[in-house]
Design a protein around this ligand. Structure first.
Ligand code: DAH
Length: 347
């Protein structure tokens, strides 16, 4: 065997050893450069074939071709092996559990609000809007609230700029304590008939506990036309209660006082938990208070320039948190505002 043939076979062995340790494409390329590249070991050996004596050339040439083929095959096999393992790693494993996408969903307050709005819309009410930041006239005076009403004091209501203005000044700004000022805004903006509901946030200086918050939601209703009666109010709240709490729900009115309505009532619904027989939720009475309501006081109509001889109307205010607590059996209002997703995901 010639010296060149020995070197060729030795290089072939080196190629096999080197490829055995290759695990990825970049190592493979390194190896290819070392043995087959322009300055690689095999091309260097091949270029020596020209110097081989004529009579030895056929034999050496044969060995050279055999080595070349075997080296090429070894490289191809190694490349195939790397490709295969890469595909295995990237392949889709259909037995894996699906990835969980946490999507948001509606807060119980929004669920109840949307439902209430849908029920009143089905009865022909349209949605009216008003600002949370309201003036004293719209929130109190126009609604016939006497100046010495306790709810007007800065202990009960959030006022702005009290260093510059008096809290009885009609133009002083407050965070509205009720959605009722939207009644005033709507009546000032249009002539009767008016049939609106106003969902919104209200604010009072209450210390938060299980049934009070310093911010809460109401939905206000107002219907003004010719010949509107207390029976219309009762029918409207009866339909609302049946749609919101279930078809067997009954309602009752109790006399009450609000400055902006005369007569005024509080409206109770039969308890949805016990159906009226008495339980812990209704404190044994069988009834749950759901709204304040009444016939719009003529003094309020005068404040917005309506003809009290021609029109009459009813108004009501529903507490959304209260309805949510009844509907979902929630016993502490604060749970609604902690925003613990484990709680919120139950609705
Ligand atoms: N504004 C009252 C409150 O916050 C609720 C209310 C009672 C609204 C009677 C009305 C109504 O429209 O007629 O307590």
């Amino acid at each position: 065997m010639t010296e060149l043939e020995t070197q060729l076979l030795e290089t072939q062995k080196q190629v096999q050893e080197a490829l055995a340790t290759v695990t990825n494409e970049s190592e493979l390329e390194e190896c290819r450069a070392k043995f087959l590249g322009r300055k690689g070991l095999l091309p260097a050996l091949m270029s020596q074939l020209g110097k081989v004596p004529k009579e030895e050339k056929p034999a050496v040439g044969k060995t050279l071709n055999a080595v070349k083929n075997s080296v090429q095959e070894a490289f191809d096999a190694c490349a195939a092996k790397i490709k295969e393992s890469k595909e295995e790693q990237e392949a889709l494993d259909i037995s894996l559990p699906a990835r969980h996408h946490a999507i948001g969903h509606k807060h119980p307050i929004s669920l109840v609000m949307d439902r209430a709005v849908a029920i009143f819309r089905s009865m022909g009410f349209i949605v009216a809007d008003g600002p949370d930041l309201e003036n004293v006239w719209n929130n109190f005076d126009a609604l016939n609230a006497p100046q010495d009403h306790p709810s007007r004091t800065p202990e009960d209501t959030f006022y702005f700029d009290l260093d510059k203005r008096h809290w009885l000044d009609p133009e002083t700004m407050i965070l509205r304590t009720q959605t009722s000022p939207v009644q005033i805004r709507s009546m000032k903006a249009q002539q009767p008939p008016v049939r609106i509901v106003c969902p919104g946030r209200c604010y009072r200086r209450d210390t938060p506990d299980a049934t009070h918050g310093m911010s809460f939601h109401q939905i206000e209703g107002l219907y003004v036309d010719e010949n509107v009666s207390l029976a219309d109010l009762k029918g409207t709240l009866a339909v609302f209660s049946r749609e919101m709490f279930g078809p067997n729900t009954k309602i009752r009115f109790r006399p009450h006082f609000f400055p902006f309505t005369e007569p005024s009532v509080e409206c109770d619904a039969s308890c949805i938990v016990c159906g009226g027989t008495g339980c812990r939720v209704c404190k044994g009475s069988g009834w749950i208070e759901i709204a304040g309501a009444g016939m719009v006081n003529p003094a309020v109509f005068k404040n917005v320039g309506y003809d009290t001889e021609k029109v009459s109307g009813f108004a009501f205010g529903l507490g959304i948190e209260r309805i949510a607590m009844i509907r979902y059996s929630i016993n502490d209002l604060r749970l609604l505002y902690d925003n613990d997703v484990r709680f919120l995901h139950q609705f």
